[in-house]
Design a protein around this ligand. Structure first.
Ligand code: CA
Length: 296
């Protein structure tokens, strides 16, 4: 067995909003956890409240980190978060930098999501449309609890409004004031690589007509949704993955911000159906090798 992904510290994978570990047989990190384990990594795909504020999710993550450290005897963990999972990881690292070797943001809305802004403007929570969205998300969240087979633990609290506020540009700006670690000083720049002993990294993708809408994404509904969501962007027009803008995703060392991957492709969803020539799993393998080389 090769040891290319055998990092010193365990890899803790933190899902985004409406995240899960495994729905029946279907894992969130489709093909990724398996591949990282094949390369020798200790990998823990964890579960936090699928719909809640970054702070609530972050506190839950801190408890999980302590549990993983007890189980493995490791001194620290490497956090890899997708979407809101990136903010969740940032919160945990800011609170307990002594327990975290690195935070990696994969398509993380580190400066907010323009899609969340759009929903706030056009689907206010007391409007009819807003209540409809609220109901849909609650039903999805309930269904997911029923189908979840990878998580065993107490029932996780749901707060849709807090979740939403944690993803808007304004909400994340507020979060960033308290937890600025790893953020770039300038829009589109890179952040400090090392803060309080924690290394920060990020990568993300953008929709690229002719690539992200080809290959298997032709038959992938989530990909179609991303193309629709992208129309709500006004600041990073044509420079987003459907849910998060290219520059909004920047944190620490920016490994890449224009991979031909939509917001779901980037974690190899759905079922590994990605655009033409895309290879999201390779990015995780390369990153584990990068962490390993850095002694993390
Ligand atoms: Ca896809």
């Amino acid at each position: 067995m090769t040891q290319e992904t055998a990092t010193r510290y365990p890899l803790v994978m933190v899902p985004g909003m409406l995240g899960f570990v495994r729905l029946v047989l279907y894992p969130y990190w489709f093909g990724i956890v398996k591949r990282l384990r094949q390369g020798g990594a200790k990998v823990f795909p964890v579960m936090v409240s699928p719909v809640n504020s970054t702070e609530v999710r972050g506190e839950q993550l801190l408890l999980l980190i302590e549990q993983i450290l007890r189980e493995t005897g490791a001194a620290k963990v490497n956090l890899i978060g997708h979407s809101q999972g990136a903010l969740t990881g940032r919160y945990a690292a800011a609170k307990r930098p002594d327990l975290v070797a690195s935070v990696t943001s994969v398509a993380g809305p580190n400066h907010g999501s323009e899609l969340a802004d759009h929903l706030e403007r056009h689907y206010a929570k007391d409007s009819l449309k807003g209540r409809a969205v609220d109901m849909i998300v609650r039903v999805i969240a309930k269904l997911m609890v029923l189908l979840e087979t990878g998580y065993r633990g107490p029932r996780l609290p749901v707060d849709l409004d807090a979740s939403h506020q944690s993803l808007t540009t304004q909400g994340v700006a507020l979060f960033n004031r308290s937890y600025p670690q790893g953020l770039p000083d300038t829009w589109g720049g890179q952040g400090a690589e090392l803060v309080n002993g924690v290394r920060y990294y990020s990568w993300s993708g953008i929709l690229q007509p002719g690539r992200t809408d080809r290959g298997f994404n032709r038959i992938d509904g989530s990909s179609r949704s991303c193309r629709l969501f992208a129309r709500s962007f006004t600041r990073e027009v044509g420079q987003c993955d459907g849910m998060v803008g290219r520059f909004s995703s920047h944190l620490g060392t920016v490994i890449g911000d224009d991979y031909p991957l939509d917001h779901f492709d980037i974690v190899n969803q759905s079922l590994g159906l990605v655009g033409k020539g895309a290879d999201p799993v390779r990015l995780f393998v390369e990153h584990a090798a990068r962490l390993k080389a850095a002694g993390l």
